[in-house]
Design a protein around this ligand. Structure first.
Ligand code: DGY
Length: 328
């Protein structure tokens, strides 16, 4: 019996390739070459499955050109690289990688918050540049985490993880805004109170964004929202590029309308808005919130399980458009 054919669009753990090869004929990209859309389409000819990472846009144009494709398995919880409606219309299953990265990503959100509020990156650059010649009472004074008010926009699993760290670990008052309010049990577990977005922006000392990207969440934070925030506040984006208007944020940081920001995701990444590179009061990291070895392995394993499950038994663990499963 011939094996189904699968394309792995980006470099991945060699063990992942080995495991996929037990079930599929695999073409991979272990040199991590940057394929254009036309190259991706050419590589997908005759392939039933694609192992994707969130950087490959799967839309109607690609799907029209790849009639053999049946599943795209994202090694990411976010799947805004999928045009889900187009995939469903083409009968192509999309899967993502939720849960396995929740705690790791919440850890990182907190790390970025700490680094930003306590000016760790800025002071480290100063020291490395040989500028530290004497101690001063006001050197790199930041803002406190403990006892402050943490505002979380987007209270899914990762938002809840950050809330618990803040409330239980640092004695923070936690407020949140979300499309839907959590049930009373979850609110109590997270020690978090529901407020409007405006109230959150006005009252939080630290605002953390964990909302998924969609056209509706585009520029959740723009100039108007930044204007509501306290001048002493920090803003953390570990959600997706496009949730924040990066140009407006750079202006607010330069003019000290807010104190500082920590960003792991950017509009149009891997490009970064040039103005963000020149303001000192921002910590910038290259989309690494889920990057620990065990978590990245777990994400790769889940994407692999989805490919194997679907292409060998018509089953998938974490479908984003489960309607397709019913039609297969
Ligand atoms: C995710 O899983 O969505 C992370 O942002 C990594 O892409």
């Amino acid at each position: 019996m011939t094996k189904p054919k699968v394309l792995v669009a980006r470099a991945i753990f060699p063990e992942t390739i080995t495991r996929l090869e037990q079930h599929f004929e695999v073409e991979s990209n272990q040199t991590d070459a940057a394929w254009s859309k036309a190259e991706l389409i050419a590589k997908l000819q005759g392939k039933q499955g694609a192992f994707t990472t969130g950087s490959e846009r799967i839309d109607a144009e690609l799907l029209d050109a790849c009639p053999d494709l049946k599943i795209c398995a994202n090694m990411a919880v976010g799947y805004n690289n999928f045009d889900v409606d187009a995939m469903t219309a083409h009968g192509v299953l999309g899967t993502n990688a939720p849960d396995v990265l929740t705690e790791t990503t919440a850890d990182f959100g907190f790390a970025l918050l700490m680094a930003t509020a306590r000016r760790i990156a800025e002071s480290e650059h100063y020291l490395r540049a040989g500028q530290w010649t004497k101690w001063a009472y006001d050197m790199f004074s930041g803002s406190d985490i403990h006892g402050s008010t943490l505002g979380i926009i987007g209270m899914g699993r990762i938002g809840q993880g950050i809330a618990k760290r803040g409330a239980h670990g640092f004695g923070m008052k936690v407020i949140y805004h979300n499309r839907s309010r959590l049930d009373a049990g979850l609110e109590a577990e997270c020690k978090a109170g529901y407020v409007s977005k405006d109230e959150l922006l006005r009252t939080a000392d630290h605002v953390v964004l964990v909302v998924p990207y969609s056209p509706a969440s585009h520029h959740t934070i723009g100039a108007a929202e930044l204007a509501l925030m306290k001048p002493t506040a920090t803003l953390i984006n570990i959600a997706r590029g496009g949730i924040v208007d990066d140009a407006a944020l750079a202006v607010a940081l330069r003019e000290k309308r807010i104190a500082a920001a920590g960003l792991d995701v950017f509009e149009g990444e891997p490009k970064v808005h040039p103005d963000l590179l020149t303001v000192p009061n921002v910590v910038l990291t290259p989309h690494i919130a889920s990057a620990t070895v065990p978590t990245r392995r777990a994400m790769a394993d889940l994407a692999t399980d989805n490919l194997i499950g679907f292409l060998t038994q018509k089953k998938a663990l974490t479908p984003v458009n489960p309607a397709v499963l019913a039609t297969r």
